[in-house]
Ligand binder design. Structure first.
Ligand SMILES: Cc1cc2nc3c(=O)[nH]c(=O)nc-3n(C[C@H](O)[C@H](O)[C@H](O)COP(=O)(O)OP(=O)(O)OC[C@H]3O[C@@H](n4cnc5c(N)ncnc54)[C@H](O)[C@@H]3O)c2cc1C
Length: 498
């Protein structure tokens, strides 16, 4: 009969659970670990390659990240890179693409240039690309369907030599394979749903499944939205509710874009702005998305979980107030309304076309389709005490040998960072050792924030772009007040840099 007693049990074999199992096996002296997953394989939900945007969110082109948040995500994003390179997973699990944040129009361009100056110390590899350069490296964001240059000013801030893209399903598989090489008892139980976790009368916890009970000193629940569901069943996190926000995608049948193109994020919106990405599971064809739709269920493309949604929401007046606060912001209301319409057949393509043309001005209706079966659910957490939506990830540490992690985006990028945090905590709780030095040596790059030489020259480029924009504006106002703009004026508003 299979072993039923483990020092640590992890519930949920998505990327978070698999990364934690690997980290415990490799960097602690914990001797027995079980991973319990309700479906037939690891990472069949949000961590599956088709469910998410496959992006390593380092914070360099995510314009909603503050410098502080970016310095954390940079460290955790590097861990994925270091792990993959250390295991020779290039171009199988991890890929390198060009990537950029795109500013469209004067306000966004200035915002991006300013952000570049602020963030370039943390991300010294960032480059600033004006329209002329963008014509060369990402032409579809410059030209319309007739081959004319778009009229607005644009600028891209990005890089062409970083690891940007991951198949998080394959990464999960790799973690599991690597655990088998460690000196640890490790068992994975698939098709086994955890129904309840109860305190044992003797020691630790009993983890209850239809296939029998398991016993452990510590339970880490990495079950996505169901983490909160299980926490509530044990009486923890009752001040939190889960708002499942589904994200869908639109797929093209060609490589419209050479790399990732992210738009500037409206800071009032808790969800990622629309972006275009090469899909590594579709020959690099461009995938646009994700959209954002509140759905009354906890799992996408799986039957059931409607009742689990209502139980996890714990609907009351505080939820009503939190939702009211959210929806009274016209930006959020309009955004959610538009995103709802993105799911309505036929109409959705026309609406999406309008928004996606901000990235690709010449995009045509026959160039993309709603991507059926793609997308997942972001388990956003509502804090009832504060009556507000929490933007990032949320964890409940009970102090009694239990952790519950809820992981909306960028949860896949932070899988090893979260694992480091949890492994330290678990080891301490169990009186074991977490080998920080070994972890840091293998998976981190030490200190950041060194200002290398090329930054100064990049800043000079930024100032040149600024000056050119200023001159263009001055000229345009003079021309329009006194005369018509000179012929071809809009063809080259700020692209005169050599
Ligand atoms: C549209 C979209 C785009 C995204 N894009 C990105 C991106 O580009 N980059 C990024 O870093 N992040 C992205 N994310 C977020 C990322 O996908 C998630 O943060 C990440 O996949 C969460 O991993 P997880 O293992 O915590 O949860 P999941 O992948 O959801 O895994 C949870 C696991 O727990 C199992 N489980 C649940 N309940 C039980 C139970 N009772 N018993 C046993 N097992 C159970 C499930 O079956 C599942 O296997 C995106 C998310 C969405 C929805």
């Amino acid at each position: 009969m299979a072993k039923r007693n483990f020092e640590v049990i992890i519930v949920g074999a998505g990327i978070t659970g698999c990364a934690l199992a690997y980290t415990l096996a490799r960097y602690t002296d914990i001797k027995s670990i079980a991973l319990i997953e309700k479906y037939e394989d690891v990472s069949t939900l949000n961590s599956k390659g088709t469910s998410n945007s496959q992006t390593i969110h380092a914070g360099d082109i995510e314009t909603n990240y503050t410098l502080e948040k970016a310095s954390i995500t940079k460290r955790t994003a590097k861990m994925i890179e270091r792990y993959c390179l250390g295991h020779h997973l290039q171009n199988d699990v991890i890929y390198s693409h060009q990537k950029m944040a795109l500013g469209v129009g004067q306000k966004e361009v200035e915002f991006l240039l300013h952000r570049y100056e602020e963030f370039s110390q943390l991300f010294p590899y960032l480059e600033v690309w004006d329209k002329e350069k963008l014509k060369e490296i990402e032409p579809r964001i410059v030209y319309d369907a007739n081959g004319n240059e778009r009229k607005e000013e644009i600028v891209g801030v990005g890089t062409r030599d970083q690891w940007t893209t991951v198949d998080f399903y394959k990464l999960s598989k790799s973690f599991i394979e690597e655990i088998k090489k460690e000196d640890v008892v490790f068992e994975m139980f698939l098709n086994t749903e955890v129904k309840d976790i109860e305190k044992s009368t003797k020691r630790g916890y009993v983890v209850k499944t239809p296939k029998g009970n398991f016993y452990t000193d510590f339970v880490a629940t990495d079950a996505g939205a169901h983490s909160l569901f299980l926490a509530h069943r044990m009486g923890f996190g009752l001040n939190l509710g889960c708002l499942p926000v589904a994200g869908s995608f639109y797929m093209t049948n060609q490589k419209l874009l050479h790399g990732k193109v992210y738009m500037i994020q409206n800071p009032k919106l808790p969800f990622a702005a629309l972006h275009g990405d090469p899909d590594i599971l579709a020959d690099g064809n461009t995938r646009f998305g994700p959209t954002a739709l509140i759905l009354p269920k906890l799992e996408r493309y799986k039957p059931g979980t409607y009742m689990d949604f209502w139980k996890t929401l714990r609907f009351d007046m505080n939820i009503v107030k939190a939702l009211w606060k959210l929806l009274k912001e016209s930006d959020i209301r309009n955004y959610l309304g538009r995103n709802f319409l993105y799911e309505v057949p036929v109409l959705n393509k026309y609406l999406f076309l309008r928004d996606a043309r901000k990235i690709v001005p010449g995009l045509k209706l026959d160039e993309f389709e709603y991507a059926h079966g793609f997308g997942g659910i972001r388990p956003q957490v509502l804090n009832k005490d504060e009556q507000k939506l929490m933007l990032g990830e949320a964890s409940i540490y009970t102090g009694e040998g239990l952790i519950f992690n809820m992981t909306p985006s960028p949860g896949a990028t932070s899988c090893l960072g979260n694992a480091e945090r949890d492994a330290k905590y678990i080891a301490k709780y169990l009186g074991k050792e977490f080998d920080s030095k070994h972890f840091e040596e293998e998976l981190t790059e030490g200190e950041y924030c060194v200002l290398p030489e090329p930054i100064a020259s990049q800043k000079a480029v930024v100032n040149l772009i600024r000056a050119e924009i200023a001159r263009t504006h001055e000229k345009y106002t003079t021309d329009t007040i006194h005369n018509a703009p000179e012929e071809g004026f809009w063809d080259k508003p700020h692209s005169k840099l050599k």
